[in-house]
Write a protein that binds this ligand. Structure first.
Ligand SMILES: *Cc1c(COP(=O)(O)O)cnc(C)c1O
Length: 382
């Protein structure tokens, strides 16, 4: 037995991030200030949108996006069945109803052929998820839903991804990103909302800060000490700190290098796993730039081992794996409160049982990659 241990994901942070967070600590400006503004501007530039609004997570960015669009009780929002639970929860936070649509077995993303039958006169928005870093086919989606339904990208996994020459973040009306340590760039916790609609961005900014409207300043520019902000809307506190943003600026500058390295490693995996007919490797349709938040395989029916057994054997060898994600309709809360029938989403159910993410991150060595492949090959030899 070997002592090697390969974690599923590991953030790539080091001395540059450490140096960067010293500035807000030194100046004492800890909550959203100059660092947040710089991070927002750099993020918007990189994703070719006019505005970015930093938040405490992608979950809160999704809630802000839907709230700023005016989604509320009586509205329906289409979400893929196979996704992190936050996508659907954000719809519930607004008092609206998530309507699940199954995903495609090859891309793991929402099946645009099934959208039409899920639409009703109450459908106000659809949230395509760019799962594991591969953009959903937003062009096909838009053709299905028409122009009156808002497209809200769940780009949690997709910093730096693109569809054609359009980066994730600019494919819909508004998009939401995550900087959780499981994603390719991180601020610990953190998120970003992007849009090229200035009014929507202004609204999201106000809602991020309790719905506060800036007090009017007199012409000489000095704020009057006794004037407090007014509150037009029921807002939230979803503000990112300057400490997080200082780290985010450094991480963002590394994003393209991270993706290039992940892309090379993903291709290496795919060529070395190709001999296993029972293990399906991820698909990258032409014209898509995959950001490789995760490398997710599928253990096919008829494999020498079922997925769970393979995962156990890999764990014994120190190789960490995870199921791709949930089929949200199987989760107790959704079964109980929305009374959704999980069997109506057969592809999502099957992916929940058969998908397996294997380690892919920027702290892995080539020996680690070889070890993962060897361990998979060895696990079926006894
Ligand atoms: C990680 C993730 C989220 C939530 O991101 P947080 O920043 O942790 O709130 C939402 N949707 C998808 C698809 C994710 O993978």
């Amino acid at each position: 037995m070997t002592a090697r241990y390969v974690p599923i994901a590991q953030p790539s942070v080091g001395d540059e991030e450490w140096q960067a967070i010293r500035e807000p600590l030194r100046s004492g400006w800890l909550t959203g200030g100059p660092q947040v503004r710089s991070f927002e501007q750099a993020f918007a530039r990189r994703h070719r949108v006019s505005r970015a609004v930093a938040t405490t997570s992608c979950t809160t960015a999704l809630h802000l996006a839907l709230a700023a669009l005016g989604i509320g009780p009586g509205d329906e929002v289409i979400v893929p069945a196979f996704t992190w639970i936050a996508t659907a929860n954000a719809v519930l936070y607004c008092g609206a109803k998530p309507v699940f649509v199954d995903v495609r077995p090859d891309t793991f993303n929402i099946d645009t052929d099934l959208i039409r039958e899920a639409m009703t006169p109450r459908t106000r928005a659809v949230i395509p998820v760019h799962l594991f870093g591969l953009c959903a086919d937003v062009n096909a989606l838009r053709a299905e839903v028409g122009s009156s339904v808002f497209v809200v990208e769940d780009a949690a996994c997709a910093s730096g991804a693109a569809l054609g020459d359009v980066p994730a973040g600019g494919l819909g009306k508004v998009a939401c990103f995550s900087f959780h340590p499981r994603k390719s760039i991180t601020t610990g916790e953190g998120g970003m909302l992007t849009t090229s609609d200035g009014d929507l961005a202004d609204h999201a900014e106000r809602l991020r800060n309790h719905g506060a409207t800036e007090p009017k300043r007199p012409h000489d520019g000095e704020p009057l000490p006794y004037v407090m902000p007014d509150f037009d809307d029921l807002g939230y506190n979803y503000r990112m700190t300057d400490v997080q943003a200082a780290m985010g600026i450094v991480q963002l500058a590394k994003l393209d290098a991270f993706i290039a390295e992940r892309d090379a490693c993903a291709q290496w995996y795919s060529s070395h796993l190709a001999e296993l007919a029972w293990l399906r490797v991820p698909t990258v349709p032409s014209g898509f730039r995959h950001a490789w938040q995760a490398y997710v395989t599928v253990v096919e029916e008829g494999a020498p081992l079922i997925r769970d057994e393979l995962m156990m054997r890999l764990q014994q060898r120190g190789v960490e794996t995870r199921p791709g994600t949930h089929s949200v309709p199987t989760v107790s809360y959704y079964r109980k409160h929305l009374r959704v029938d999980p069997s109506r989403y057969p592809v999502s159910m099957s992916l929940q049982e058969r998908s397996m993410a294997i380690p892919l991150h920027n702290r892995m060595t080539s020996d680690d990659y070889s070890y993962v492949v060897e361990s998979i090959l060895d696990s079926i030899r006894f």
